[in-house]
Design a protein around this ligand. Structure first.
Ligand SMILES: [Zn+2]
Length: 80
C-alpha cells in the first residue's frame, strides 16, 4: 500500500536543478563579447554549428556552454 505522493518536504535551499558551477552561471549573464571563463575549453561542435557558434566545455562542472555571434540568439547559453 503506498501512502500517496512522496514529495520530500525537505527545506534544502537547492537553487532549482542547476549543476553548473558558479563561473558558468556568471558566464551565462555576460555579453556575447565576453571571453569564456578560465575553466572553459573550446570544443569542436558538430557540423550543426554553422560558424556563428563556439562550443565550450567546462572543466569544473562539465557543462557545455555555447557562445553565439548570432544576434538572434543569446550570446551565452547552456547546452545540455
Ligand atoms: Zn562550469
Amino acid at each position: 500500500m503506498s501512502d500517496g505522493p512522496q514529495d520530500a518536504p525537505d527545506k534544502s535551499p537547492a537553487p532549482s536543478t542547476s549543476p553548473r558551477c558558479r563561473a558558468c552561471q556568471l558566464q551565462l549573464c555576460k555579453s556575447r563579447s565576453e571571453r569564456p571563463h578560465a575553466a572553459l575549453t573550446e570544443s569542436k561542435g558538430d557540423s550543426m554549428m554553422r560558424g556563428t557558434e563556439q562550443q565550450f566545455l567546462c572543466k569544473t562542472c562539465g557543462a557545455t556552454l555555447i557562445n553565439s555571434s548570432d544576434l538572434a540568439k543569446p550570446g551565452w547559453r547552456h547546452q545540455r
